[in-house]
Write a protein that binds this ligand. Structure first.
Ligand SMILES: [Zn+2]
Ligand SMILES: [Zn+2]
Length: 391
């Protein structure tokens, strides 16, 4: 790309990103965003643009040459139910909803890559541009897959990226194997007999049992998992039906567990059920455990990580490409695609001054746009190399 091309693309992507930022939409409600994306892809001259894939998902297809391989590049489009506290001119026009995870930036970067590749080509085969809904819920990828994504828009491998606050702009990180965790949610419901605060012995109140359960759950990671396994079990809410002078007959304990292997997730659930039952029995309460798996662990394919490093070296410079030191205990819906094809998920710097993700003052850093767009375009070109280019 010449400097003029870069400047023009950056200006366009910045305008798109700020427009999307001002009009955030929650998962599966991305109607305006999806229409915006589809209109742009059609304007760029893509071969096919399919809307309403898995609800509000959009898939653009671009073909060049005679190659029969296809690679997918994926962005997420949804916002969060957070009220923005930023002061930018383009801040959210929708109170209670904001792009606090930078998916506005991810969408703008993938649009930038689509525009560049549509204009410049330089690859042989098929590129699928996947704009998925509802990443934050962990439901959008499954919705697209259930709607026939793999059958209707076949591809051999998939790449995705996320911005990373704290990592300088122009830096790139990924790692082979586990990079982001599974997320499981749990709800433990204790039932007993509440009553007068002055007469606890007359019933089986549930609050002390709930507190004991919360403490006992702390032993799952510390005493029931191998020290070699990374996991987190967090209780986030305890809710009762008690009041100041009445003991509760109902207590609900809610929380979230993270892990990187299905065996570990299964072990956490098994131990949680044992502890909940044993503790409830000790306090004379009945208990029910509802344990659900919201996100699966994200496992990067080692060969594709090498390909990503190769493309990132061209875009970021080899000295700015690193191996993430540790897997992250955050979760990503991108992992669902990897049950079907190998994939690689990467992080790009959002700057050292960036507010954390999901913070009401967070904003995507527009300086990162060109890096993401060029990475997408470069990986497509390298993985669908034109035969005459000598590869
Ligand atoms: Zn998020
Ligand atoms: Zn995100």
């Amino acid at each position: 790309m010449t400097n003029v091309d870069v400047e023009r693309l950056v200006a366009e992507m910045t305008a798109w990103r700020r427009d999307l930022h001002a009009h955030p939409e929650f998962g599966f409600e991305e109607k305006r965003t999806a229409a915006f994306v589809a209109a742009k892809l059609r304007a760029f001259g893509l071969d096919e643009v399919a809307e309403n894939v898995g609800g509000t998902g959009v898939v653009g297809t671009l073909r060049r040459g005679a190659g029969n391989r296809a690679i997918a590049l994926r962005a997420d489009m949804d916002a969060l139910r957070i009220t923005e506290q930023g002061t930018a001119a383009y801040c959210s026009t929708r109170p209670g909803t904001m792009h606090a995870c930078g998916h506005d930036g991810h969408t703008a970067m993938l649009l930038g890559a689509a525009k560049f590749l549509a204009e410049e080509g330089g690859f042989d085969g098929t590129v699928r541009f996947i704009f998925q809904p509802a990443e934050e819920w962990g439901k959008g990828a499954q919705a697209m897959l259930a709607d026939g994504l793999m059958e209707r828009f076949a591809f051999d491998e998939i790449y995705g990226l996320h911005n990373m606050p704290g990592l300088p702009v122009g830096k790139f990180e990924t790692r082979p194997g586990a990079i982001m965790s599974a997320e499981d949610n749990f709800e433990i419901t204790l039932r007993g007999v509440g009553g007068h605060a002055a007469r606890p012995h007359a019933g089986n109140e549930t609050l002390v049992a709930a507190c004991a359960t919360v403490v006992n759950l702390q032993t799952i990671v510390s005493r029931r998992l191998s020290p070699a396994d990374i996991a987190v079990v967090s209780v986030t809410e305890v809710i009762t039906d008690g009041t100041r002078n009445a003991l509760p007959g109902l207590a609900r304990i809610l929380g979230d567990a993270r892990s990187f292997r299905p065996e570990v997730s299964a072990r956490i659930e098994e131990q949680m059920r044992t502890i909940a039952k044993g503790t409830a029995d000790a306090y004379g309460c009945a208990v029910e455990v509802n344990y659900t798996r919201e996100f699966v662990p994200l496992q990067n394919d080692p060969a594709l990580v090498d390909h990503a490093f190769s493309a990132a070296g061209v875009v970021f410079g080899a000295e700015n490409v690193g191996v993430a030191a540790e897997p992250m205990t955050g979760s990503e819906d991108f992992a669902r695609f990897l049950a079907h094809v190998p994939g690689c998920f990467v992080f790009i710097g959002n700057g050292t001054q960036s507010a954390p993700l999901h913070n009401p003052t967070y904003d995507f850093n527009d300086d990162a746009l060109i890096f993401g767009a060029r990475f997408h375009a470069e990986i497509a070109r390298q993985r669908l190399a034109v035969p005459d280019a000598g590869q």
